[in-house]
Design a protein around this ligand. Structure first.
Ligand SMILES: C[S@@+](CC[C@H](N)C(=O)[O-])C[C@H]1O[C@@H](n2cnc3c(N)ncnc32)[C@H](O)[C@@H]1O
Length: 266
């Protein structure tokens, strides 16, 4: 198992408060993929993987006939329950959905690139399990990092210092910003050797949580092949700004949104 497993669990745990506050749609690509998935089936049974503090629960549950959110971290499940006390949240790992019957969901969601936080074997297990719990024709909506994103080799950090006229707040923000930059630089020095990139798989250090996260990154072509192996049709793929990705993905796209339908029996 790649060291990413323990590193990423630490990153999520240290960012609990942020995920507990997250609300609303992530971007136009997510809006487009979700709208298409929800239009495909009225009042669908939805399984929301890696639900975190429940950001997507607020968006999806009102449209669902049945809604279940899972996360492998008990503290995330507790935050989601606090944010949405009437909804069904459980602690479970997306690589093993054996608590759910085959064909029992119309839509499965793994938002905010959550599928990328497991290693290559784990990713294949997630896709297999999602294919099993979806009914034939059901849809899997998720986002995944783009391995050709030009920010990976640049070690680009999207952490920003946001100006405020309040001098005390500005001082505190500046200190946090500089601390984050320093921690990030030290992590890159320590962890970069664990990156892996071959023809099929790329596991790369990502700027989130001050380079405290390893992500699986792929291309639309490779991802389509992985989905096909797990029993899905060719996916629709959208950029963060909502545009369709044809054969040519853009190196400025940090990640893509995917909508993949489980194949009907022939
Ligand atoms: C980037 S956060 C996204 C949270 C939420 N979906 C959102 O969009 O705000 C990813 C979440 O996936 C969870 N996660 C990662 N791998 C998982 C796995 N194998 N099974 C279940 N949850 C997982 C993490 O604990 C974390 O809460």
């Amino acid at each position: 198992m790649h060291a990413m497993e323990s590193i990423n669990r630490k990153a999520w745990t240290s960012a609990l408060a942020g995920y507990a506050k997250a609300a609303g749609i992530m971007d136009q690509g997510e809006a487009r993929a979700s709208a298409l998935a929800l239009a495909a089936c009225p009042r669908p049974a939805i399984l929301d993987l890696g639900v975190g503090g429940g950001r997507t629960a607020g968006l999806l549950a009102p449209r669902a006939g049945r809604y279940v959110g899972i996360d492998y971290l008990p503290d995330m499940v507790e935050r989601a329950r606090r944010n949405h006390p009437r909804l069904d949240f459980r602690q479970a790992d997306a690589r093993d959905l054996s608590v759910f019957a085959s064909g029992s969901f119309d839509v499965v969601v793994f938002s905010c690139n959550g599928i990328d936080s497991v290693d290559p074997e784990g990713r294949a297990a997630v896709m297999r399990e999602v294919g099993r719990v979806l009914r034939p024709g059901g849809v899997f909506v998720f986002s995944s990092f783009h391995r050709e994103w030009n920010g990976f080799p640049d070690r680009r950090s999207l952490r920003r210092l946001i100006f405020t006229p309040d001098p005390i707040r500005l001082g505190a923000r500046t200190l946090r910003f500089l601390e984050g930059r320093l921690v990030g630089a030290l992590r890159v020095r320590r962890l970069a050797a664990l990156e892996r990139r071959d023809d099929e798989h790329a596991v790369l250090l990502h700027w989130a949580h001050d380079f405290g996260l390893f992500v699986y990154a792929t291309t639309p072509d490779r991802c389509a092949a992985q989905l096909a192996a797990a029993g899905f049709e060719a996916p629709e793929v959208f950029a963060p700004n909502g545009r369709d990705i044809g054969a040519e993905a853009d190196a400025d796209d940090e990640y893509h949104h995917y909508l993949a339908r489980r194949r009907l029996p022939s």
